[in-house]
Design a protein. Sequence first.
Length: 254
Amino acid sequence: MKILIANDDGIRAPGLRALIEALKPLGTVYVAAPAREQSGTGHSITVRDPIRVREYFIEGVKHAWVIGGTPADCVKIALGRLIPEKMDLVVSGINHGSNLGSDVLYSGTVSAAAEGVIMGCPAIAFSLDSYDHNADMSACARFARRLIEDYRALDIVPGELINVNVPPMPYEQLKGVRFTKLGRRSYGNLFEERRDPRGTPYYWMGGAVEDEAQDDDSDVAAVKAGYISVTPLNLDLTDYRTLELYRQQRPLEI
Ligand code: MN
């Protein structure tokens, strides 16, 4: 199996290393990761600046590159230019922090996987639901390997990616796996006001996750209950129900 690994936490992130170690035994691994942390950069790409690419050595990896760009840049340039052979799978993560509900729209981790899909390659994103500095990535890495060993069973169709979130606990304590839909996710007290040395206010985005009512089959509910959440996402954002309605009931004329 030929796998491209990317992330949004940067080339030095422990989650990337854990994922590489877990997937190396499964086949040929390439790595393309941002030089700096790019969390929250979503699916942005670099179009007005040059993209610097530097080779990087990682034991047991066929080729690794540090990319001076966004997570989507990493996957785009790796698949479109740097790697001469076709990849079977793009794997992104392991992100330091969960990507649940509307997080997926901001997430560089999910966007790196989404870029794989755009480039015609099935993709899976992994995130660990912990912001702890010394978060243990091993359970998530172990599940990633287990899932990817048999990824063809997931039957990922073109245009789709799989978003995986793992609760922060030892593998043996995980309750199981749930197939989920995106839940509700919002953050309270989002902007903290501070003052610079000249007394001018500036703002720092932070915010804590608000505890919201969730459907039982959502990703948020699954992770909260100690289950690994597996959500299939479709990059076709068309709302087909409304489209049908418009076509039937609201003919527009010029
Ligand atoms: Mn991140």
